[in-house]
Design a binder for this molecule. Structure first.
Ligand SMILES: Cc1cc2nc3c(=O)[nH]c(=O)nc-3n(C[C@H](O)[C@H](O)[C@H](O)COP(=O)(O)OP(=O)(O)OC[C@H]3O[C@@H](n4cnc5c(N)ncnc54)[C@H](O)[C@@H]3O)c2cc1C
Ligand code: FES
Length: 257
């Protein structure tokens, strides 16, 4: 697994709080890229930040040889990454992690919250080729809504805001409980309280469900155990898995949140 330099082709805002980057990605990288995978980005121009930052692949275009990322400049590392401009290069290791799997489902809910909306776009793009996809996207407030237009060709779309400024007034789980017919598969990415609520809903209704977990990472490829999370064996006993290498996608029945 070797890092490579990916040239920034485009940069622009994504809602109020995030930045969208389109990177040139060589064919060798694009061939195996699947929804749910992530890239691990070196913090530029600073030797003191030795750990890379994990960022989901928001979309990939094999023909154009590009991938899209949506990054929230949160701490120092992501802020530095977001100072890069078109023409600069990002040093990334990619693609990493496992992926969402349709497993023959014909109807899918793609549930995203905040930065967790980003990987849902790639999943909707791919899964809409074989299934009917409904994307339910949650944000704190109207100005944070992003990528609505990108989702439109691939999914029926429902926007939710915590303050009720746009769309459904409440969480994505409140929205699906009230509004939608049950699907054959649920996929979700977002803050842990949202994932817990999605997990409880899916287990209660016995719907297959895959959750994308966020965890602090060191190496990003399974060597350091920084990203361990609790999982359950089929006999109910608990064990540990690595979010970077065994995940970031876990079956809702198998993960302890
Ligand atoms: C699989 C995965 C996919 C992600 N996808 C996206 C995405 O598409 N867009 C986006 O904006 N963010 C995403 N994140 C969160 C993003 O990685 C963190 O916000 C970022 O690493 C924080 O780094 P920082 O330097 O800004 O913050 P700091 O707090 O300065 O970072 C310090 C350290 O903590 C780690 N860290 C801090 N917060 C997180 C976090 N929430 N998750 C993982 N590591 C963290 C950093 O890697 C770094 O090692 C993802 C995280 C994971 C695990
Ligand atoms: S980050 Fe090193 S094992 Fe996951």
């Amino acid at each position: 697994m070797r890092p490579f330099m990916a040239k920034i082709l485009e940069k622009g805002p994504l809602g109020r709080d995030m930045v969208r980057f389109v990177l040139h990605a060589p064919e060798a990288f694009l061939q195996p890229v699947l929804p749910g995978m992530f890239v691990h980005i070196k913090v530029p121009n600073d030797a003191s930040h030795i750990l890379r930052r994990p960022i989901s692949i928001m979309d990939a275009d094999a023909k154009a040889g590009s991938i899209t990322l949506g990054i929230q400049p949160k701490g120092d590392g992501t802020q530095r990454i977001c100072t890069l401009e078109p023409g600069d290069e990002m040093e990334i290791i990619a693609p990493l992690g496992n992926s969402f799997a349709l497993n023959g489902a014909k109807t899918v809910w793609a549930l995203g919250g905040g930065v967790g909306v980003a990987p849902m776009l790639f999943a909707c793009h791919e899964f809409s080729k074989m299934a009917q996809v409904t994307a339910v996207l949650g944000f704190r407030t109207a100005e944070q809504v992003y990528a609505e237009g990108d989702f439109a060709p691939f999914a029926d779309l429902m926007i939710c805001t915590d303050d009720g400024c746009r769309g459904f007034n409440g969480t994505v789980v409140d929205a699906v409980r009230e509004k939608l017919e049950l699907p054959e598969l649920i996929i979700a990415c977002g803050p842990t309280p949202m994932l817990k609520a999605v997990q409880a809903f899916a287990l209660e209704r016995d719907i297959p469900c895959q959750l994308s977990l966020e965890q602090r990472m060191g190496c990003g490829y399974g060597a350091c155990l920084t990203c361990s999370c609790k999982t359950k064996r089929s006999d109910g006993s608990e064990t540990f898995a690595r979010v970077c290498a065994d995940g970031p996608i876990f079956d809702a029945k198998a993960v302890v949140l």
